[in-house]
Design a protein around this ligand. Sequence first.
Ligand code: F6P
Length: 343
Amino acid sequence: MRLGILTGGGDCPGLNAVIRAVVRKAQKDFDDEIIGFRDGWAGVLESRFMPLDITAMRGALPRGGTILGTSRSHPAYYEGGFERARMNLDQMGIDCLIAIGGDGTLAVSQRLIELGGRVIGVPKTIDNDIALTDFTFGFNTAVQIATDLIDRLHTTAESHNRVMVVEVMGRNVGHVATHAGIAGGATVILVPEYPFDIEVVCEQLRRRHSGGRYASIVVVAEGARPREGTMDTGPVQLDEWGNPKLGGMGELVGRAISDRTGFESRVTVLGHVQRGGTPSAYDRVLCTRFGVEAAVAAHDHDFGKMVALKGEHIVRVPLSEVVGREKPVAAELFEGVAEVFFP
Ligand code: F6P
């Protein structure tokens, strides 16, 4: 078989580990030829690619980022983009494309399937917002990075009697915030799934600090929103693609806390450091399992599927049932566990 691989959307720890696993399984057990497309869908549309083999993948397992490059480029930005992508894949003799990406990449994959393409998806994102898989790869690493940084903020918060507000990534869901908040012993965690009332947050902080000295950590997911009419957040800013721009909520929350409580606050935005560097051991194993399964699925001609983690098992789920759905934080985790530790 001639396999194509691409990495699309934001980068994420473990991309190279997935590519390595696909290449190893496909070349060693099936004697496949493997092509890596450069910079996500742009590589397919502009016929930019590189050959991949076991030798080329040496040293890739622990390496962050993606050796293929990635982008948020999309066939919709090109004239007749979907048909062109389909045609280019056919002309290059690609028997199956393995598309490693988040919701955007998987949605394009599904569209190509509808046009008769042969694609298998691998769920990537630190946000963990993809439906029908227990975890996406990259999430575990991001949570560990955020937790390590929250641990560090605890000691400086204690030394200065401060409220430390920490903004973490996650787009429209609060998985990173909830997990890192629980693991880092946050005082309060604000996530998009549970719009917050800033006065309630301030009351929780006042309660915690009623003994005199104070030091609190407030974890704010970048997509967290106040309850309607409780806090002015200004007009929604749009990015170049017309999507609401995220980021900045930590700053607003930090300012509101100091204004309303008088507690000295500082804001830290963790940003892209959550996506950088080497994947955790857990993610390396998950990526390796995903990559091997994707190569096997290609040989089973099981196109239109996404490899996924269900409990202890790697399974295949229909891409059509994954796209357009978001996976929110479970109430069992947020209300049942995280909230137990709020003051
Ligand atoms: O989807 C992954 C993610 O890291 C989000 O958590 C974040 O909102 C976004 O990507 C940032 O994107 P960019 O790399 O384009 O700034």
